[in-house]
Design a protein around this ligand. Structure first.
Ligand code: HEC
Ligand code: HEC
Length: 198
């Protein structure tokens, strides 16, 4: 497990209570903040905007993608060591509340600066490979297809490499097929492009 995930895990345990208060404080808008969202914030960031390179943001992810993924994680089908056991006792209704909540949060842009050349290369490859045909023109995703825009660049790269090289159980085989034979450099360019979309 990458060390930033371990650090985030430790933060999760130490700051859970604090974050719970912070989240309740910020909970004026609809929908209500589910109690468990405080736990998620320690790793996935405030309002689901991750600032940890290897951890995806949840803000603005399609509700269906979140619901499906949370069920897969709870059932142990998508194996995420950092989240092991975390959703064990959560009924579907709580997973749905979490999905509704994170879907309603505004995804914030990355704080890293785009490099014009790499960005343009990544955009070109993504266009040729027609990634937008599923992920939408603005890469905001829809239904069971996740948002890619403004995800942390290292997370995007790692998840694409995983799809290409050793797609695990609980992940859609369509992505493994899409990325079959794509070079590391091309994945890196696309990750840079997608991360710096707003
Ligand atoms: C200890 C850190 C940690 C905590 C706490 C945590 N997660 Fe995660 N989560 C991760 C990591 C790491 C990944 C990415 C795993 C991977 O590489 O695919 C992840 C992935 C996910 C994904 C898949 C997202 C995607 O784009 O594919 C969802 C959904 C998710 N988490 C929801 C939650 C929710 C909801 C909570 C709170 C109940 C939560 N997580 C708490 C570490 C954490
Ligand atoms: C045929 C539809 C389709 C096409 C084309 C497609 N994707 Fe995907 N993509 C998906 C689906 C469905 C998922 C969710 C997979 C899962 O959760 O197991 C996904 C997941 C991903 C993820 C993981 C995101 C996360 O948060 O977990 C990345 C990164 C990604 N796609 C990048 C790309 C790139 C780059 C391209 C173009 C080279 C592309 N996709 C083309 C359907 C598609």
């Amino acid at each position: 497990m990458p060390s930033d995930v371990l650090k985030a895990a430790r933060r999760a345990l130490q700051t859970g209570a604090l974050l719970a208060m912070a989240c309740v404080g910020a909970a004026q808008a609809q929908p209500a903040v589910p109690a468990q969202a405080a736990l998620c914030a320690a790793c996935h960031g405030a309002q689901g905007n991750s600032r940890t390179p290897s951890i995806p943001s949840l803000a603005g992810q399609p509700k269906v993608f979140l619901e499906n993924t949370l069920v897969l994680i709870r059932e142990g089908l998508r194996d995420i060591p950092a989240m092991k056991g975390m959703l064990d006792k959560m009924p579907d209704s709580e997973l749905t509340s979490l999905a509704v909540y994170f879907n309603a949060q505004t995804p914030l842009p990355q704080t890293t600066r785009p490099q014009a050349e790499v960005f343009a290369r990544g955009k070109d490859i993504a266009q040729k490979m027609m990634c937008a045909s599923c992920h939408q023109a603005d890469y905001s995703g829809r239904a069971q297809i996740p948002r890619l825009a403004a995800q942390p660049e290292p997370y995007l790269l790692e998840s694409m490499k995983t799809f290409r090289d050793h797609p695990g159980a609980g992940r859609d085989t369509i992505m493994a097929a899409t990325l079959y034979g794509v070079k590391d450099q091309e994945l890196a360019d696309m990750a840079h492009y997608l991360a710096h979309l707003k």
